[in-house]
Design a protein around this ligand. Sequence first.
Ligand code: ADP
Length: 194
Amino acid sequence: MSFRLILTGAPGAGKGTQATAVSQELGIPAISTGEIFRAEIAEKSDIGLEAQRYISEGNLVPDSVTNEIVRRRLAQADATNGFLLDGYPRTLEQIDALDQMLADKGEQIDAMIEISIADEEVSHRLLKRAEIEGRADDTPDVIAHRVAVYHEATEPIVGAYRNRNKLITVDGMGTIEEVRARIVSAVKDHLGLK
Ligand code: ADP
């Protein structure tokens, strides 16, 4: 059984944490565009330098750059039998690019999982994370902007998968373990595995 999944949710919804937990349980790699960008920034690569300008202000990195890093990552051997995309696609153009990358191999996305949490909880969690991890884009102003960008740019993406009957919405409140169990069970349910 292969799983080709997308995980989405507002900044702070717990995507990163859940991506790791769910990918381990399903035996597929978690691919986070945000993490790839942060690694490129740390290496001061050309992509990193370009991405940093956008990320530091809470804006999306241009589609051409983002699509290319995903294309390269999905071509790696560990992604042939499934993957969990964390933070991608976030624009309609990215959906088209992803559809095309998969169609070239006769594949498609099985489901998008949306972790749903309230905006107030989002800022609360991100400000707490800022204290612990010190991520440069976790300041109050940049957080507020990222949440606005999420509602504007990313919610239509959720709608696109809803229209394809591929959307699974999971309640993001509760412990990490509770949310992980909800996600895995909802995915299996959706794919008719239980
Ligand atoms: P969060 O979801 O908490 O904002 P991420 O680590 O997913 O954190 O993303 C951090 C930043 O990386 C985003 O604010 C954006 O600038 C950039 N980024 C990540 N994924 C994408 C994407 N699919 N398209 C464009 N930019 C992206």
